[in-house]
Write a protein that binds this ligand. Structure first.
Ligand code: CA
Length: 240
């Protein structure tokens, strides 16, 4: 009996899964993360990862890209087919393309070897905090979307959006704090196969930004991440 309960389990979970085949590195990571009070599990092979995630609903997954038996990208894709668990990709490949690929297949963050374990811990904490922020912001309804009517509200005020702007905000709003590439955003906003340039996204973002700022008296939750794409941040600071 696991399904509806999974999300609740994960919210409360302090379980962190580390997938890393280099034993010394895996041990170092596990010790660092466990010392902060997380419940750590380590897998050295890719083959059992997807099933493990299904059964255990971890709070965060740290996934090495280069595993002996399976490609980290494929594992990430499989996990994303059923779970939105925060996922940090660990890679020794520093090329920009890999960084993009990692983000496009649904990794929330990535970290390049060599790294300091404290850095990894900081990322884990940031992801967990972001997950909490998102739940809080949902209950505060900073952003609410009526998907059947294509209506969007920012802090309760209706935004006058075009369908493309609505889909853009909907996509970014599904995962606040996560960076989406222009290609990903194009896929989300145009359902047909029209040929448009990446710059199209920039101009829609610009308009969306203007509309949110105008309706809210200056809120600017959209930001660009140089060389990667865009993200939406929802502040949880409550009005007093
Ligand atoms: Ca490895």
């Amino acid at each position: 009996m696991k399904n509806a309960a999974d999300a609740g389990d994960r919210e409360a979970s302090r379980r962190v899964l580390i997938v890393e085949d280099e034993v010394s590195l895996a041990t170092l990571l596990a010790e660092t993360v466990a010392a902060e009070g997380y419940d750590v599990s380590v897998l050295a092979e890719g083959g059992s990862v997807v099933d493990w995630v299904r059964r255990n609903a971890p709070a965060v997954v740290l996934l090495d890209l280069n595993l002996p038996d399976q490609d980290g990208f494929a594992i990430c894709r499989d996990i994303r087919s059923f779970s939105s668990v925060p996922l940090i990709m660990i890679t020794a490949r520093v090329e920009e393309m890999d960084r993009l690929r990692g983000l496009e297949i649904g990794a929330d963050d990535y970290i390049c070897k060599p790294f300091r374990p404290r850095e990894v811990l900081a990322r884990v904490r940031a992801l967990l905090r972001r997950a909490v922020d998102w739940r809080e912001s949902r209950s505060d309804s900073v952003l609410s979307l009526d998907e059947t009517r294509f209506e969007a509200y920012w802090k309760g005020i209706a935004l006058d959006l075009t369908p493309v702007e609505f889909r853009l905000l909907q996509t970014l709003g599904q995962r606040p704090g996560r960076v989406f590439s222009r290609a990903q955003l194009l896929d989300a906003i145009y359902v047909d196969d029209r040929v448009v340039s990446d710059r199209t996204v920039d101009s829609h973002i610009k308009n969306l930004r203007k509309k949110i700022a105008e309706s809210s008296g200056g809120d600017d939750p959209l930001s660009s991440v140089y060389g990667v794409g865009y993200k939406l941040e929802i502040s949880t600071q409550r009005k007093t």
